[in-house]
Write a protein that binds this ligand. Sequence first.
Ligand SMILES: Cc1cc2nc3c(=O)[nH]c(=O)nc-3n(C[C@H](O)[C@H](O)[C@H](O)COP(=O)(O)OP(=O)(O)OC[C@H]3O[C@@H](n4cnc5c(N)ncnc54)[C@H](O)[C@@H]3O)c2cc1C
Length: 407
Amino acid sequence: MKVAVVGGGLAGLAAALDLVDAGHAVTVHEARPTLGGAVQTLPEREGDPEPPPDNGQHIGLGCFTEYVRFLERVGEGGSFLRTRLGLPVIGEDGRVATIAPSFPALLRYGHLPLRDRLRIPLVTARCRNAQARPGETFGQLLRRLGASDAAVARFWDVFIRPALNLPADGVDADAGLFTVRTALLGPRPNSDVILPTRPLGWMHGDAAGRVLGDRVRLDQRVESLNELDADAIVVAVPPRESARLLGEPEPALEDSPIVSVHLWFDRQLLEQPLAGLLGSDAHWVFDRGALTGSRPDRGQYLTVVSSGVPELLEVRGRELVERIAAQLTERLGEAELLWSRVSREPYATVALRPGVRRPGVETARPNVARAGAWTDTGWPATMESAIRSGRRAVQHILSSTSARVTA
Ligand SMILES: Cc1cc2nc3c(=O)[nH]c(=O)nc-3n(C[C@H](O)[C@H](O)[C@H](O)COP(=O)(O)OP(=O)(O)OC[C@H]3O[C@@H](n4cnc5c(N)ncnc54)[C@H](O)[C@@H]3O)c2cc1C
């Protein structure tokens, strides 16, 4: 069967690889000059440190089984670091406390009063059977289960915000419950942290492109599905473009942005490979030099990520760099900035607001399937969701087209 895949992000790539493995003739149409979609390395500029920055640090979790399988399939199974969950969090006073999934570790989490710490395991355990109420945010649900305002802001938000790209008080309660149940209450390895160790573009889009070879058409934006010579189509593009191509009304989905600031300082500021910062626009800081095994000759090369803060999109480049750099040096010590680069992703993920409805794989045509991290995979809009959606789209097409043949 001839299958066209529209969109060369992780969803489209996962679909294309499955189709190739099942022996079908596949063509991937990608509008941009590179594959990988939202998982990109920025085009190199003179003066960039090695390796060039990514559009934003990506993190996986041990429960991202399809993501890990994808990396193995494209020959990049050795391009990530897998460690047990242990997230250093730096408070306003510079003190570090670590979030780890064990009772003794939680009791030592010094950014909260002891009575709040004691309730964290209880609230976590209550998440197992909790039922979200219609329209409830995860923050409201956590409070209903016994969390204090301080615990939501200084513990839960530290990892809910990067996982769901919204603060607990803005995100759908079911999405929060899913994250806690899957990552924290699932089998122990589910909570492992998975950190890419090579530039994102190289280990995702480029690597998949090598496997797919001449089945890929880059710089080829599909204007209409009618232009495709195919028996079946996987539409793996963002929500609005998907609706346009499928001739559907635009889904009522809001976007949530991610802003990344890449900073090279003349001295080491961060002792850990990654750390969260409380009460800062710099939600998470990553030592990119250390993570990629390519430290600059001097100083430290950091990537700072701010998730789900639309206000930061409006802050101009130089001002944003100064603001983030000042927040880091105030907390971590004086240093001189040698280089910087900003990456803004206004449409990084869909915003999983309470009550949000995402369409599934099925479209009005049995031989056309919808994919994308934003579709209804049951997962938050992550790399794992993208890959699962692509694989599910292939299963759908194969089962509905074989059903037609049998009928
Ligand atoms: C800065 C940032 C940080 C993130 N951090 C994390 C993280 O830490 N962990 C995590 O799991 N996820 C993270 N995500 C989310 C994750 O990257 C995405 O959910 C996932 O990569 C989306 O994949 P996708 O294939 O569904 O969509 P996309 O990657 O958006 O791919 C869609 C592709 O379709 C192409 N396209 C669009 N229209 C057309 C057309 N008409 N014709 C042809 N091609 C078209 C686009 O160019 C694009 O390449 C992050 C995202 C960003 C931006």
